[in-house]
Design a protein around this ligand. Structure first.
Ligand code: ZN
Ligand code: ZN
Length: 328
């Protein structure tokens, strides 16, 4: 079958949501064009902006780096990669290509770990929660730590933006979850136009947010990603609500191709006034212990609170303090 766009080369990809069959070149061009369009539509960053890419080493991060190298000045890019410290999930291969590609293009890169940053590897954190009988999933720690560490390097490195490799599927699922929970604050906050609520936060952008997960995977393979992606062993402990929302949206997408894309586009439009209203909110207070921004009603941030509950002495020692009493 010939490519629906150029009509010259053999098609290698069938894009269900557009009904087109595309050759390798036209598919790559289509993805790059759509990412660029999304960046421009929401003014995610300008050509002079320094962008820190948060890369896990997986397929989506391969795609993000490849697209960014085609559309942004490499001397204005940086990379941060974080090692969680989970047994059987060291992701050496994933991290190796990130370091190699960074060197090839002369991009500044930081490789760090939970252990280096807070004194505990993921395995040690999980062991503490079991010891203390605290009921949190490992994903909770990743949620806190990834954000915190990435933001720290962006702020200290003087970057204008942080770019993550979240794809359309991630965004559509999160949007539907927020909608079903009636969490309009989160819905507003995840909009690409939402401003940050603290001077200490570097604005996050998601250039791949209109690219389907399967497209991002296909793009990675077609541009040289040849690695076996390791799956996080804690994945099965992930909250089940997300898993169900995921399964439901895939079912809809199968029946009505393009529905996930149109859903996110509708949310973008409807949530835009909410996102702009975020700018009127006051600056977030800072945690009395770690100094990072925290919610309006808190003096100690949720992360310090959790670390106190699990008795993470080393974390507090590094901050020059003792474990505070926790709220129950
Ligand atoms: Zn073509
Ligand atoms: Zn704190």
């Amino acid at each position: 079958m010939r490519c629906s766009v150029c009509g010259r080369r053999d098609a290698v990809i069938y894009q269900r949501h557009t009904g087109r069959a595309l050759c390798r070149e036209c598919f790559i061009e289509d993805i790059v064009r759509r990412v660029k369009q999304e960046i421009e539509r929401h003014e995610m960053f300008g050509e002079r902006d320094r962008v820190l890419l948060a890369l896990s080493g997986g397929k989506d991060s391969y795609t993000l780096l490849d697209v960014m190298l085609r559309i942004h000045d490499p001397s204005r890019l940086g990379i941060v990669t974080i090692i969680e410290g989970i047994p059987g999930y060291n992701r050496e291969g994933d991290i190796e290509w990130v370091i190699r590609r960074a060197r090839e293009h002369g991009i500044d890169i930081v490789v760090t770990s939970y252990k280096e940053e807070v004194g505990y590897s993921m395995e040690e954190l999980v062991n503490l929660t079991i010891e203390k009988g605290v009921r949190v999933t490992p994903c909770t720690f990743c949620g806190f730590l990834r954000r915190r560490i990435i933001n720290k390097y962006a702020r200290e490195g003087g970057y204008d933006r942080v770019a993550t490799a979240h794809n359309l599927d991630d965004e559509a699922h999160t949007a539907l979850m927020n909608l079903l929970r009636g969490d309009y604050a989160r819905l507003a906050q995840m909009h690409p136009r939402a401003p940050v609520l603290s001077k200490l936060f570097v604005k996050k952008v998601k250039p791949l947010r209109k690219v389907y997960e399967w497209e991002s995977a296909a793009y990675a393979w077609l541009t040289g990603y040849g690695f076996q992606e390791t799956e996080c062993p804690y994945l099965r402990l992930r909250p089940s609500f997300r898993a169900r929302v995921r399964a439901y949206m895939y079912e809809l997408e199968r029946e009505v191709p393009g529905s996930m894309l149109r859903f996110l586009e509708a949310i973008d439009r409807l949530a835009e006034p909410l996102a702009r209203a975020v700018a009127k909110l006051p600056e977030l207070p800072r945690c009395e212990i770690c100094g990072e921004p925290t919610s309006y009603n808190r003096r100690v941030c949720a992360f310090c609170d959790l670390m106190a509950k699990i008795g993470a002495e080393e974390y507090f020692r590094r901050l020059g303090t003792k474990i505070p009493a926790t709220r129950t």
